[in-house]
Design a protein around this ligand. Structure first.
Ligand code: COA
Length: 416
């Protein structure tokens, strides 16, 4: 079967993580993604945190699979001319330069729309257009702070904390991909392209929706009963950091398992789902708690929830995280081991599903990456190697109608 996005041509004017994550996803699903990179250096991540000298860093390879690389100095007139030709025949241009960079290059939205009114122009910026910080350059952790994640992550007696998950970068890229696909469907109806903009702050805030819920509850009632601060601690007028508490109506915590003294990841996440209280008591060997008024309801349990967690930890003391989950799963208790990157990399289920894939690469030998987390019944996204810098320059220029001599001249001028 042909891939759903086959025939969609995308100019990938992205770098670092937020933009590349978006275009990589679209490339997996069949789009022809041409990454335009500065001659000589390319995307900065090619050189960042290298583990093999002279080979593209994993930071680059893991965010740019299934793409082509065209080197072009788009600040030089000859480079602009090539880019204009590419724009005329592309469906989408994606960029995540700093504020104003595309305009300074001479490719404002108005100009792009004039060159190709059917093209979708998709941008990631730190803050949305017109925001009082819209001139700021932004990286992941900046976005996590600006979007409400940092103030609500971590422990109440520690500082605001950054999540390891790329809430600012890849998450914004995923939002942008949804915007692009929506605009492509819109174009089928109107025949017109449009501008799609996603800010990192907005994308983080979108994922912190439940914390905005909590702010409004706090404003109204002055406390949040599912937070560890309740009922013994104090609440201020802002949503506090809740440690590892469950974010919804189900209390939960990270609990120690056998070996925690030496293994920093010998833990499970344990959720006390309200209607699973009886199975939990049975699993723990505490049948007397099932009907005990001090334990029977969520309200009754909350004041001594940490004593309950301590009892569960006693039960866990002679079980590894895997043994514990194998018992608890039989009682239908929502739980999981705290998995390390090493465990995930070697997980046979993730290998079988294509979520963890090993990709052959001409210079590195191979690299491990995260494949498509989205699974389809009629599409099996295949992950192919990220391109070497300028690997497809000749191919792309030839497809634009340049002769061999013109390609040679262009490469001379561009000092590729
Ligand atoms: N040929 C010539 N010039 C090129 C080029 C090419 N092929 N590709 C990029 N450039 C130029 C741009 O025109 C720009 O030049 P200018 O500033 O002189 O106008 C420059 O390279 C890129 O600038 P910028 O994007 O600001 O890079 P930076 O390294 O200073 O900042 C970020 C990096 C990520 C902070 C910034 O791009 C940014 O804030 N992006 C938006 C938010 C974002 O996506 N952040 C997350 C990244 S994971």
């Amino acid at each position: 079967m042909s891939k759903p996005l086959e025939g969609i041509k995308i100019i990938d004017f992205t770098h670092v993580q937020a933009g590349p994550a978006c275009t990589q996803l679209l490339a997996w699903f069949g789009a022809d993604v041409i990454k335009v990179e500065r001659p000589g250096s390319g995307d900065v991540t090619r050189n960042q945190l290298r583990d093999i000298p002279d080979a593209d860093a994993l930071y680059f390879t893991m965010l740019n699979s299934n793409k082509k690389s065209l080197t072009l100095d788009t600040k030089k007139p000859e480079g602009k001319e090539v880019l204009e030709k590419l724009i005329r025949e592309s469906d989408v241009l994606v960029e995540n330069f700093g504020p104003g960079a595309l305009d300074r290059m001479g490719f404002s939205w108005e100009r792009l729309n004039e060159l190709n009114p059917k093209m979708i122009v998709a941008s990631v910026k730190g803050f949305s257009d017109g925001h009082h910080y819209d001139d700021l350059k932004v990286y992941e952790n900046v976005a996590q702070c600006a979007g409400g994640a940092a103030s609500t992550t971590g422990f109440w007696d520690g500082p605001p904390t950054i999540s390891a998950a790329a809430l600012g970068d890849s998450n914004t890229g995923m939002h942008l991909a949804i915007g692009i696909l929506t605009a492509l469907i819109g174009r089928d109806k109107t025949g017109k392209g449009q501008k799609v903009a996603v800010s990192m702050q907005d994308s983080v805030l979108n994922l912190c929706r439940v914390k905005l819920r909590d702010q409004q509850r706090l404003d109204r009632v002055g406390y949040l009963e599912e937070y560890p601060q309740y009922p013994h601690g104090e609440f201020s007028d802002v949503v506090p950091r809740g440690g590892n508490a469950g974010g919804g109506g189900q209390p939960g915590w990270i609990l120690k398992c056998k070996g925690w003294e030496t293994d920093p990841n010998a833990y499970i996440y344990f959720t006390i789902q309200g209607h699973a209280w009886a199975p939990i008591c049975k699993a723990l060997g505490k049948p007397e708690w099932i009907d005990d008024p001090a334990y029977k309801t969520a309200e009754a349990r909350q004041p001594h929830i940490f004593d309950i967690f301590a009892t569960i930890e006693e039960w866990l003391a002679d079980k590894t995280k895997f043994e514990a989950v194998d018992i608890l799963r039989k009682f239908d208790i929502p739980c999981a081991p705290v998995l390390t990157m090493k465990e995930l990399a070697n997980d046979p289920s993730l290998r079988a599903s294509g979520t963890i894939v090993e990709v052959p690469h001409s210079v590195r030998g191979s690299y491990l990456t995260v494949g498509s987390p989205i699974k389809f019944s009629d599409l099996k996204p295949e992950v192919t190697a990220s391109p070497l810098l300028g690997e497809h320059t000749e191919e792309v220029l030839a497809s634009l109608g340049y002769s061999q001599q013109e390609i040679f001249n262009l490469k001379e001028i561009q000092a590729v």
